[in-house]
Structure formats: structure tokens, C-alpha cells
Design a protein around this ligand. Structure first.
Ligand code: BES
Ligand code: MN
Ligand code: MN
Length: 457
């Protein structure tokens, strides 16, 4: 038996106990009442990194939540890899929908249930255990590694871009390795070579100087909630395409080759619909669901607010209403240009009698990495061996905001070797991680470092 596999198997119970300790820390980055918990998770990681033999371990300030940095650079001539991940997690509401409490990790049915189990504490932890295993079994790492584990990914990595630019030398690497994406499906080893980007904004509609009695004023005074509904309805065409002028201008078209490679995955739209409990998959015409999920931009209304929400009836004309909107972006869209286009559209379609205010939020570009790079090939080899099935190339519809910054500042290829599954409820109640991928994933990462050393010397 492979010596690394044997070590990981022998220490499995101990590893799971340690991971559960990390999962018990409620490091929710978006909620200020958890600020101290977020730091506690960073310190837990730093302690563990020192214990397994990483060097220069430091909890570093960013202006927001801290990052944990560490390295092991004692492989002269070997490639340098930057391992990135995040130890912060999403809020847990609605908390009463969890079968067991979010910060009391529990194993049921071969799955580890806890907030952060798959996104992303579980996967960050796998990297630490693989490093520990390599050092224990072989006494050295086959490559040089740097680690950057952040605490603000789930709230947009707002301070990390500045941190990465300011510490470009410290982080300099030949390849970036990330385990924070999903496999295509259970038992299908897959490597993500593209992520979508993101652009966020809020729109507020303002009518009269205050809320009005709808008997006294209805029929003459503008209604902010109705104006908002009309305005939001202009954002998409009846066929499902985004109606914002210029929205698609910078979009890199899908090549026939890529469309063929998506088609080869035989994505089952019927099963997908059944899974979601819906009867249609609305979206931009002319593309399959998988193409729309992975390689086409979207504009989504994430929430609508305004007007009377209480029990019973209230005959009121609301004077304010608003919506939160995000766009998923694809190569080569510039988030700022997309926000310009959406802002201009909202202002140009302002219904009579109200004002439209736009509050721009953050953005992050999409990323796509070349699949013929030797580092990517090393990952494909490792995945194929560890899972005993041919690894597939996939894209992801999700976003990891800092990856575009890595690409720009470090100019390195991005190996996105993630082991979660989209059915694992990340960001939702009952988040869990299939332990089969905890095991196979570590076996893949162990092999990956060796293949990377061979392929990049
Ligand atoms: N790990 C996810 C990104 C992801 C999701 C990759 C699904 C592959 C499949 C990440 O933690 C995440 O949730 N990103 C957010 C970014 C946002 C909070 C700025 C996203 O994609 O919405
Ligand atoms: Mn994540
Ligand atoms: Mn997430």
C-alpha cells in the first residue's frame, strides 16, 4: 500500500477529532459579534501549523479579519506553491432548520455536519494533514509551500486585495493551489479551471416625503414599491436574457471545443430540475443549463425590501423600496464596467414620480486558467490516481474574490482542486462534507505534490 495512504488511514480518527475542534469555533466573518471567534480560528490554525512543522507561522493583520501565513521553503530548486483557503464561514440562519447545531460537528452516514465542514475549513484542514503526512512519512516536502488562509472570503475578501498587493514578494509563487470548489459529482474526480466573478449593488426607489394613506392619496401619488417592481422587471427580457445595454459587451464567447467538453459531461437537466423541485430552468436563450451556469453572466435580484410586511392589511403607499442585486461575471468582463452599465440602466428606466438611488458594492473579476500547464496536469494525474477514475475538467459558477488578484499580482496558474459537492448545503442549514472526499481528496493532494515536483523541475 502507498505509504502516504497508510499514514492517513492510520491517523484518520485523530484527524477528524482535530477538524471538529476547528469546526466548533463560530468564525462567521460577516457578523461583528463573532469578531473574536474569527481571530480564535486564525490562532487555532497558526498553532496547528507550528505543531506540524511549518515555518514562519504568523497571524497577520489586514485591516479586517486576520490572515494566517506560514511556509516551508526547504526544497531547493523545487517549485513554489501558494496554498490559499479561508477559515471564515457563512452565517447559520435559519438556525432552527439544522438537524444538529451548526457548531457541534456530528458524523452521520459518512458525512460530517457542521458550518464550514466543506466550505472551507474541512478542505483547508486537509492541506495541513497532507503536509503533516508528507513530513512524517518522507521527512521532507517534495515542493516549497507558502500558505495564506484568510478570514474574510465569505464577506467578499475586501481587505485581501490590498494585502496581496502589499505582500507580493512574501506570496510570490509558481502556482496557486486552492481547495474551495466542488467536484462535478460524487465519484467523479474533477478539476476546476474557471470561476465566475461578481459585481454587487443596491437600488433604492424613493417616492413621496413619507408613507401615505392609500385612500387619501392612492391614484395620484407615486408608489415606491410598484415603481421598484416595474424597474426590476426591465432588467431582463421576456426570453430570459439580461436587458442591460452593454451587459454582454466584454463577454468572452464559448469556443466550440469548450462547448463540446461541457456536452461530454452529459449534464442531466431533468435530474437537476427534479433535485431543485422546479419545472423549468429559465435563463439566457441559446445556451444549455451547464453553459449558463459556468460560462455566461447573470444578473440576480437577491432580495427586495420596502412597504408593509406585518400581519393583516395596511392601506399604505410606501415611500421607499429597494433591492439587492448581484451579477455573476465571466471572462473578460470588468466588474466596474458592468456596474456602470447596470447603474445607467436603472437610472434611465426610472418610473415617473420617484427617484432612483444606486449604491455600488464590491466586485471581483472571473478567472480562467490555462489547462495545459504542467501544474494543472499534475493535479489531473493525482486526481485520476486517487479516485481510480479519469479526472475531468470542469468550470464553476461560484466565485472566490481574491483569485483574480492572485492572477494579476502573481501571474501564476491557479490549480483549483476542490473536494466538496454542490449538494452539501454550503451557506445553508445542514452543511456537510462527504468523508469519502476527505479521504480521497487527501490521497490526491499527497500525490499532487509529488507530481508537481516532477512536472515543474
Ligand atoms: N467556496 C465558495 C465558492 C464556490 C461555490 C466554488 C460553489 C465552487 C462552487 C466560496 O466560499 C463562496 O461562497 N464564494 C462566494 C463569494 C462571495 C461571498 C463574495 C460566492 O460565490 O457567492
Ligand atoms: Mn469557500
Ligand atoms: Mn462560501
Amino acid at each position: 500500500m502507498h505509504q502516504g495512504d497508510a499514514y492517513l488511514t492510520a491517523h484518520r480518527e485523530e484527524h477528524l477529532k482535530q477538524l471538529m475542534e476547528l469546526l466548533r469555533i463560530p468564525s462567521i466573518s460577516a457578523l461583528s459579534e463573532h469578531k473574536a471567534d474569527v481571530r480564535r480560528a486564525a490562532e487555532w490554525l497558526a498553532r496547528e501549523m507550528r505543531r506540524i512543522g511549518l515555518h514562519r507561522v504568523e497571524v497577520m493583520e489586514t485591516g479586517g479579519h486576520p490572515v494566517v501565513h506560514a511556509e516551508r521553503m526547504d526544497c531547493p530548486g523545487g517549485p513554489k506553491a501558494l496554498i490559499y483557503g479561508h477559515y471564515d464561514v457563512q452565517p447559520v440562519d435559519p438556525v432552527d432548520l439544522w438537524t444538529t447545531p451548526p457548531f457541534e460537528p456530528t458524523i452521520r452516514d459518512g458525512k460530517l455536519y457542521a458550518r464550514g465542514a466543506s466550505d472551507d475549513k474541512g478542505q483547508v484542514f486537509m492541506h495541513l494533514k497532507v503536509i503533516e503526512a508528507l513530513l512524517a512519512v518522507e521527512g521532507r516536502l517534495p515542493v516549497n509551500v507558502k500558505l495564506l488562509i484568510e478570514g474574510e472570503e465569505e464577506s467578499g475578501s475586501e481587505n485581501l486585495e490590498r494585502f496581496v498587493s502589499a505582500h507580493a514578494d512574501l506570496l510570490k509563487a509558481d502556482v496557486v493551489v486552492i481547495s474551495d470548489t466542488a467536484l462535478y459529482a460524487r465519484g467523479v474526480p474533477s478539476l476546476t479551471y474557471a470561476l465566475r466573478g461578481l459585481a454587487a449593488l443596491e437600488v433604492h426607489v424613493v417616492g413621496a416625503k413619507g408613507d401615505l394613506h392609500s385612500g387619501a392619496f392612492g391614484g395620484a401619488a407615486p408608489n415606491a414599491a410598484q415603481a421598484l417592481a416595474r424597474l426590476l422587471a426591465t432588467l431582463h427580457r421576456p426570453d430570459g436574457a439580461v436587458a442591460v445595454e452593454g451587459f454582454y459587451d466584454q463577454v468572452r464567447p464559448l469556443s466550440q471545443e469548450e462547448r463540446d467538453s461541457f456536452a461530454a459531461l452529459q449534464f442531466d437537466e431533468q435530474a437537476f430540475m427534479a433535485d431543485l423541485g422546479v419545472t423549468a430552468l429559465p435563463g439566457e436563450p441559446g445556451y444549455t443549463a451547464l453553459e449558463r451556469l459556468w460560462a455566461r453572466p447573470t444578473l440576480e435580484i437577491n432580495g427586495i425590501f420596502g412597504g408593509f410586511q406585518g400581519e393583516g392589511t395596511k392601506t399604505v403607499i410606501p415611500c421607499r423600496a429597494g433591492a439587492k442585486i448581484t451579477c455573476r461575471l465571466v471572462p473578460d468582463q470588468d466588474p466596474e464596467r458592468v456596474l456602470d452599465a447596470v447603474e445607467a440602466h436603472l437610472k434611465a428606466h426610472c418610473p415617473p414620480g420617484v427617484k432612483v438611488e444606486v449604491r455600488r458594492g464590491g466586485g471581483a473579476p472571473a478567472v480562467i486558467t490555462p489547462i495545459d500547464h504542467p501544474a494543472i496536469q499534475a493535479a489531473m494525474q493525482a486526481l485520476t490516481e486517487a479516485y481510480g477514475a479519469e479526472a475531468r475538467f470542469i468550470r464553476s459558477g461560484g466565485s472566490i474574490p481574491v483569485v483574480g488578484t492572485f492572477q494579476r499580482v502573481l501571474g501564476a496558474p491557479i490549480v483549483m482542486m476542490g473536494f466538496s459537492l454542490e449538494e452539501e448545503n454550503f451557506h445553508a442549514p445542514d452543511e456537510h462534507f462527504h468523508l469519502e472526499n476527505f479521504d480521497a481528496g487527501m490521497r490526491a493532494l499527497y500525490r499532487f505534490w509529488h507530481h508537481l515536483a516532477e512536472n515543474m523541475r
